[in-house]
Design a protein around this ligand. Structure first.
Ligand SMILES: Nc1ncnc2c1ncn2[C@@H]1O[C@H](COP(=O)(O)OP(=O)(O)OP(=O)(O)O)[C@@H](O)[C@H]1O
Length: 688
């Protein structure tokens, strides 16, 4: 009840929008402090300052039109829609509503003059606006562009504009960059830039603002990148302040491992090993990312790093995100290190309880010097007698946020282990600079000798029979093949079913082949048994889901068929293709696609066809999907950068990095204020 007849307010006195307190909606956008509000910048601008002649309407543009309604009718289809036509001297434009409200048609009767605003799109019968905003002709037009802010459901633009206007009065808008830094990089001042972006004056061009090319945007993008660089530099400094045991090798194990190898390490492998070796000898923890293209030989680098740590008296833990990957690492590492007298244990969910207990005990007592397993197993349960090095595969993907948060946590233990992360996806330079600047990076940019680039062929699904014949040929020639099942992202159950069906179909189509099946839902032991059989040559054709994406290493595999290749991402296709051609000899990857292809899918398949260079693939992937996808952060919804764009702002990123060093060294107070202004939102994210 509302006896006083006053407008309803929430008990707290906070305004409500559609039942949810406005403060909560602001929080949903990460807006807490005045600094958050003032740095919540428009997504785009609408030009309501002038009326566009209908003849100048362009699809994709927001515009305001004025004219006469020449017809309007209600159409009856699956639902009732209202369709009207607006005309002026220069042309005609469709107006369409997908819901019809009582009296709506009457208001839009033929002969009435109205204004209509909205986004023009190419409709079935010509250009149209769906759900236009209708206003009366004759109302005065604003004299400047209207900002449109990113918002959340239930929060109107007007409320955001008001809150931001208030924050602009309250917030501390002092420049966090000293004049000489602004000058050095030709940057506009902060406050005028910010005010301009929120309230562009009458003389500002929409194009400059829309494309983020205005100097005001340049300043904001610089500030964003600078804040990130400062945070990463802080994380790095914090790590340097921590203590680690110096693990200086004496060659007793590494030397024997090198001598026992059946091949010569590549120059790139030796360089990476030397860099890691120096890091391990230091008294602060290493935090290094080892990146290399598929098949570049990261496992050997990991083995040599582990050997150095072990010969220096430390224990080593090796973790991988999946069982298959962990198993693969275990196989190689134990094969290399156990004959040299290193006691190693394997930890997995499938291990019988007694064996598992024994393994854990061996780690705790220090009897075992090396443990390999999946991440969860090693992180949660295992106690080590003297853990000195943690090697993790693909762990860097779990987010910049988490990494920074981890680094900031104080540590109770006296010593922290050295850390080596391995990435099978080459990370483009800009991405590395923007997100991994707190880590050191080693790159394996050289493949072991004798590798022939995998030949990639594109086949329309209608030529499937030819592909099947090809599989038969390859197997008769003594090689093995993979068949990757179509990706069904929406449902795991459907994905599984697809794998089972594909397996059946291929068995029927190729009756003289031994066809195996591998998918994520198989019990761990069965997975291992299938991989063993494939490795031993007892399976000719392995039908698999993307569980085989990374790390699987069966040198005799010479053909890979990827079904519905158009559904896979570029990095994923590249990883999959990397499973063949690992043992020398010719190898082919067949991308089977279902036409018609979307433009993006076509671009992706073309990239696969044109290059086998992982760095080039990663660069194109970044351009297509953006950094969030590439770093596997899609699910987290974490906005990595709000304003800057790694593709087009590479020079700015370079400058921001330089400026971060200068600010930290010469203007620590400014650096602190800058981080505070820009990282409030990010900190919020880190805490959640
Ligand atoms: N220097 C070398 N000379 C010849 N063969 C090598 C060399 N280094 C590694 N190899 C072999 O090359 C294959 C690929 O190595 P590894 O599995 O370490 O690759 P990777 O970098 O982990 O690749 P991916 O990310 O694709 O799994 C293995 O069979 C490995 O034994």
């Amino acid at each position: 009840m509302n006896p006083a007849g006053k407008p309803r307010r929430a008990a707290s006195g906070v305004r409500k929008t559609a039942g949810v307190p406005q403060a909560r909606l602001f929080e949903r956008l990460g807006l807490h402090t005045p600094a958050d509000f003032v740095t919540h910048l428009p997504l785009r601008y609408e030009d309501e300052t002038r009326i566009t002649p209908i003849g100048d309407a362009r699809p994709g543009e927001h515009a305001l039109f004025e004219g006469e309604i020449v017809d309007s009718e209600i159409r009856f289809g699956p639902r009732r829609t209202l369709q009207a036509t607006l005309a002026d001297d220069s042309g005609r434009l469709g107006l369409r509503w997908l819901h019809v409200y009582p009296g709506q048609q009457a208001r839009l009767h033929a002969g009435r003059r109205v204004r209509a605003r909205g986004e023009v799109r190419a409709g079935f019968h010509g250009l149209e606006i769906v759900h236009p905003l209708i206003t009366e002709p004759g109302t005065p037009l604003p004299d400047a562009l209207t900002p449109v802010y990113p918002t959340t459901q239930g929060l109107p633009q007007a409320a955001l504009r008001k809150a931001i206007a208030r924050a602009l009065d309250e917030a501390d808008l002092r420049d966090t960059l000293p004049a000489e830094v602004r000058q050095a990089y030709g940057l506009a001042d902060f406050e005028p830039s910010l005010r301009l972006l929120h309230r562009p004056g009458p003389d500002i061009s929409l194009e400059l603002l829309a494309e983020h090319r205005h100097p005001a945007w340049r300043r904001i993008k610089f500030d964003e990148l600078l804040a990130q660089q400062l945070a990463l530099a802080d994380a790095r400094a914090a790590r340097r302040a921590q203590a680690a045991r110096s693990l200086r090798g004496n060659g007793s194990l590494t030397g024997r491992l090198l001598a026992a190898l059946p091949f010569e390490p590549t120059g790139a492998q030796l360089r990476a090993v030397a860099q890691i070796g120096e890091d391990l000898a230091r008294t602060h923890p290493m935090h290094r990312l080892l990146q290399g293209d598929v098949g570049s030989g990261k496992t050997l680098v990991a083995a040599l790093a582990a050997a150095q740590a072990i010969e220096a008296g430390a224990q080593v833990a090796v973790m991988a995100p999946t069982e298959i990957l962990a198993e693969q690492l275990w196989r190689k590492l134990s094969e290399w290190l156990q004959p040299l007298g290193v006691t190693a244990v394997w930890l997995t969910g499938g291990l019988p309880a007694a064996e598992r207990r024994r393994a854990l005990q061996a780690m705790a007592s220090g009897e075992a010097r090396l443990a390999v397993g999946t991440q969860a197993l090693i992180q949660d349960k295992v106690e080590f007698e003297s853990l000195g090095l943690v090697i993790s595969d693909e762990q860097h993907r779990f987010g910049v946020g988490q990494r920074l948060a981890l680094n900031r946590k104080g540590d109770q233990a006296k010593y922290r282990p050295h850390q080596l992360s391995m990435s099978a996806t080459p990370i483009p330079r800009t991405l590395a600079m923007a997100f991994f600047a707190d880590m050191d990076v080693s790159v394996l940019d050289e493949l072991p000798p004798g590798r022939v680039p995998v030949r990639t062929r594109l086949f329309d699904d209608r030529r499937r029979d030819e592909v099947l014949a090809r599989v038969g040929e390859v197997v008769r020639a003594g090689r093995q093949a993979y068949w990757v099942c179509p990706l069904v992202e929406e449902s795991e159950a459907l994905q599984l079913q697809t794998a089972v069906d594909t397996h059946e179909l291929l068995r029927a189509a190729l009756p003289d082949l031994r066809v195996g099946l591998m998918h994520g839902r198989l019990p761990a032991q069965e997975k291992a048994a299938v991989m063993d059989a494939f490795r031993a040559g007892d399976i000719d054709l392995l039908v698999a889901t993307t569980v085989i994406e990374v790390g699987v290493d069966v040198p005799n595999a010479g053909l890979m068929v990827i079904e519905h290749a158009e559904r896979f991402g570029l990095a994923q296709l590249h990883q999959l293709r990397g499973r063949v051609g690992r043992g020398g000899g010719e190898a082919t990857c067949v991308l089977l696609y279902q036409p018609p292809l979307s433009a993006v899918a076509r671009e992706r398949l073309r990239a696969m066809y044109e290059t086998t260079d992982g760095f080039e693939i990663a660069r194109r992937d970044l351009a297509q999907r953006g950094p969030g996808e590439l770093l596997g952060l899609r699910q987290s919804g974490q906005a990595l950068l709000r304003f800057a764009d790694l593709e087009s702002d590479e020079d700015l990123l370079e400058q921001a990095r330089e400026a971060a060093a200068r600010l930290s060294a010469d203007f620590p107070e400014h650096a602190r204020a800058h981080r505070q202004r820009w990282m409030a939102g990010a900190d919020q994210y880190l805490r959640s």
